[in-house]
Design a protein around this ligand. Structure first.
Ligand SMILES: Cc1cc2nc3c(=O)[nH]c(=O)nc-3n(C[C@H](O)[C@H](O)[C@H](O)COP(=O)(O)OP(=O)(O)OC[C@H]3O[C@@H](n4cnc5c(N)ncnc54)[C@H](O)[C@@H]3O)c2cc1C
Length: 501
């Protein structure tokens, strides 16, 4: 029996996959598409994570889609509201009927003779294996493993008699009212959990090996509120979005150019929100520079408020061992705990674990170079969404989807069927993700690389990418071909002027 065929196959129905489907429907209305989603629900991250206080740490004017104004007054939003926004988008733009739930894409094989991908998926609900074909494969599978968060091996953990929880698998009915809680970690999840759990727990201790930069921002954006009063929703959204883009870029550039200034500012800001005599240097002054790892945002300073009220505390130390009743630290201090939350991070996973082959040859992701941060050298008719590390994910996701639509229209207009990035002619390659966070460093060897200059370099700069992706050339560093032309081709030697076959 012939496999189902669509023009474009999107993998993933999270924030990015739903956005990609809307862009396709609006910008390439003639193209048939389907969305494969491994889980039984829309929303990805915003459906999976259910821990107390789950929220964005970006503002929703930039984490929201370019085409759908975020109208909720809260700029930093809770997980439920974001999930509802993604679902509402899927419903409003007719994406729901294109989604095939419980379909985990596991492998895709490209054939140049037919200019098609054959995609193999596994249905976790029925155990069936399903095969589809498509002309263009567009993965929107996020960046981490869904089945398992990262937990380091803690000595003595097997004898701990309390409740041990990972935020990625939050037990629906966990009651921590009046309990002593220890949250291990210092990242975005830990700083969210601590004030949220402190509302009901007897006490919450955030146990960190080393500090992270934490900044308090208002949960409501007064500028956006004013814009909404004076302007129609779309215009107000656009103005608030660009204001926050500009602030984000300025903040990042300043951190890169004058890290000492930003360090001092962050230290002073934290100190101002903590009781006098608090050891800010020990608990809130990291050794690395701002933006070597993501900055942690706390809305309205809720973490600092919980610490000041004595409902929570921070301990900076290393774990010697778990005991029956809690955790013993290297300093000898004991932390009694009824509940321990291991907010120790994610396991990075590229392409949702899919393997790729091109004309019978396996694709080794680590040997590929990312083109404009969204295609892979030597891999035809393929795009992936990876958001910014220094700004909201969706800003980049929107641009990637727009670029894919431009490419598809260009193929139509020129009577070609295949577009393949040609590997740049350089050895000057570095990892695609430039953060120094543990979860990145653990997986960086398995990820594609980036090159020294455009279109192979990621600038992590939205205004620059708007020029490049919405208005820039489509032909630099790629080869366009008709069905039947082999995928293998010479390296691109310049950053302009694609080849043709
Ligand atoms: C707790 C948490 C908070 C975050 N907060 C922010 C924030 O404030 N700002 C920000 O910019 N970013 C944030 N992020 C990053 C966040 O993941 C992105 O903002 C965004 O949700 C990514 O959307 P996505 O659709 O690309 O990926 P995901 O949300 O991960 O969705 C991917 C979807 O693809 C599906 N999928 C994966 N593999 C396959 C496969 N092989 N076959 C079929 N389906 C598959 C998954 O089931 C999932 O539904 C946060 C991440 C986490 C974990």
């Amino acid at each position: 029996m012939a496999a189902d065929h669509v023009d474009v196959l999107i993998v993933g129905a999270g924030l990015s996959g739903i956005g990609a489907a809307v862009h396709l429907g609006r910008e390439c209305p003639g193209r048939a598409y389907a969305v494969l989603e491994a889980r039984g629900a829309i929303g990805g991250t915003w459906d999976l994570f259910r821990y107390p206080g789950i929220r964005s740490d970006s503002d929703m004017y930039t984490l929201g889609y370019s085409f759908k104004p975020w109208t909720d007054p809260k700029a930093i939003a809770d997980g439920d509201s974001i999930r509802a926004y993604v679902r509402q988008t899927a419903r409003e733009y007719g994406v729901e009927r294109h989604i095939r739930f419980h379909h985990r894409a596991v492998r895709a094989e490209w054939d140049s003779a037919t200019a098609r991908w054959t995609v193999h998926a596994h249905r976790d609900d029925t155990g069936e294996d399903v095969t589809l074909t498509c002309g263009f494969l567009f993965t929107n599978s996020g960046y981490y493993r869904y089945d398992e968060g990262y937990t380091p091996r803690f000595p003595g953990v097997e004898r701990y008699a309390g409740t041990l929880v990972h935020p990625q698998h939050w037990p629906e009915h966990l009651d921590y009212t009046g309990k002593r809680v220890v949250v291990i970690g210092s990242g975005a999840t830990a700083v969210t959990l601590v004030p949220a759990m402190a509302e009901r727990a007897a006490h919450v201790t955030m146990l960190q090996r080393s500090p992270t930069y934490v900044i308090a921002l208002p949960s409501r954006d007064r500028f956006a509120d004013a814009a909404r009063r004076w302007l129609p929703p779309k215009a107000a959204y656009a103005v608030a979005r660009w204001k926050n883009v500009a602030l984000g870029v300025a903040n990042f550039q300043l951190s890169r150019r004058a890290p000492g200034v930003v360090k001092r500012f962050l230290r002073r800001a934290a100190k101002g929100r903590l009781p006098s005599g608090y050891d800010v240097d020990r608990h809130f002054s990291p050794r690395y520079n701002p933006w070597d790892q993501r900055l942690c945002v706390v809305p309205d300073g809720d973490l600092f408020a919980a610490l000041s009220a004595g409902r929570a505390s921070v301990v900076t130390d290393t774990i010697d061992t778990f005991t029956e009743q809690g955790i013993r630290l290297a300093s000898g201090e004991e932390l009694p705990a009824d509940v321990v939350v291991t907010a120790t991070g994610l396991n990075l996973l590229a392409l949702g674990g899919m393997t790729l082959a091109v004309d019978g040859a396996e694709v080794d992701l680590a040997s590929t170079v990312a083109y404009k941060g969204m295609m892979l050298s030597g891999v035809p008719n393929f795009a992936m969404t990876i958001g910014y590390t220094n700004a909201s994910w969706t800003l980049k996701a929107d641009l990637v989807a727009t670029y894919v639509c431009r490419l598809l229209r260009h193929l139509d207009d020129t009577g070609r069927q295949i577009v393949t990035p040609l590997a740049p002619d350089t050895d000057d390659l570095v990892p695609i993700i430039d953060l120094r966070s543990g979860y990145v460093l653990r997986a960086v060897d398995q990820l594609p690389k980036q090159g020294p200059q455009a279109p192979w370099r990621l600038h992590q700069n939205y205004p620059r990418d708007v020029r490049l992706m919405r208005h820039g050339p489509l032909t630099d560093g790629v080869r366009f071909a008709r069905a039947g032309a082999p995928a293998t081709a010479p390296a691109a030697t310049t950053s302009s002027g694609g080849t043709d076959a």
